[in-house]
Design a binder for this molecule. Structure first.
Ligand SMILES: N[C@@H](CCC(=O)N[C@@H](CS)C(=O)NCC(=O)O)C(=O)O
Length: 200
């Protein structure tokens, strides 16, 4: 029995929900209400001492951190595969997950936080700076996307970008013609049932 400790809008929780859906795994969702600091309760800290969602519990196995959870799911439930078979391909996936987790998602989250403020309080300069950096990061993906997905077949690398890449239009971030392949890739990602289910 798989239980996911989850917060609906959290991009890291969404990464895990995509993988559970791709692998057609049944799971129970337990909401950890971050607005009420439920991630800081003694009970939750026993699951994840960092006090963050997502956490996945699979019978007696507890795993936290979305990237580690997704690798656990890949190891434990290998079909359909979301990792290439060769070591070089697997390393490419991990490099891209790292880029998404540590550079891409945090920058989109900064813009998201600004856009959520009342217009008069927004820092336009900050939005411009991070929008520029987000587009530069996406430019690094453009040459990889002469193929359908980042490392060929749909993989954990694509999963890592989904939650924040697909909300860029809502943030007013437009992709120009220099990101044509990225745009087409986002269209392909958007069509997947596992991604539609996120309701982004
Ligand atoms: N590296 C972690 C990051 C998880 C994370 O930052 N979760 C946020 C919500 S999106 C959280 O739980 N924040 C609560 C807090 O920091 O108190 C992962 O990939 O799972």
């Amino acid at each position: 029995m798989i239980v996911l400790y989850d917060y609906p809008d959290c991009p890291f929780s969404q990464k895990v929900r995509v993988v559970l859906a791709e692998k057609d795994l049944e799971f129970e969702r337990k909401l950890v209400d971050l607005r009420r600091n439920e991630q800081r309760t003694a009970e939750f800290l026993k699951l994840n001492p960092y006090g963050k969602v997502p956490v996945l519990v699979d019978d007696d196995v507890i795993v936290y951190d979305s990237t580690i959870i997704n690798e656990y799911l890949e190891d434990e439930y290998p079909n359909p595969p979301l990792m290439p078979e060769d070591s070089a391909g697997r390393a490419r996936v991990r490099i891209l997950e790292d880029l998404a987790d540590n550079l891409f998602i945090p920058r989109v989250d900064i813009v998201l936080a600004e856009v959520h403020k009342p217009e008069a309080e927004r820092d336009a300069e900050k939005i411009r700076k991070y929008e520029g950096e987000i587009l530069q990061l996406l430019k690094r993906l453009e040459p990889m996307l002469s193929q359908q997905f980042l490392v060929g077949e749909f993989s954990l690398a694509d999963v890592a970008f989904i939650p924040r890449a697909l909300i860029l239009p809502q943030l007013g971030i437009e992709l120009d013609s220099s990101l044509q392949q990225v745009n087409a890739w986002l269209g392909r990602l958007r069509e997947r049932p596992s991604v539609r289910a996120l309701g982004l």
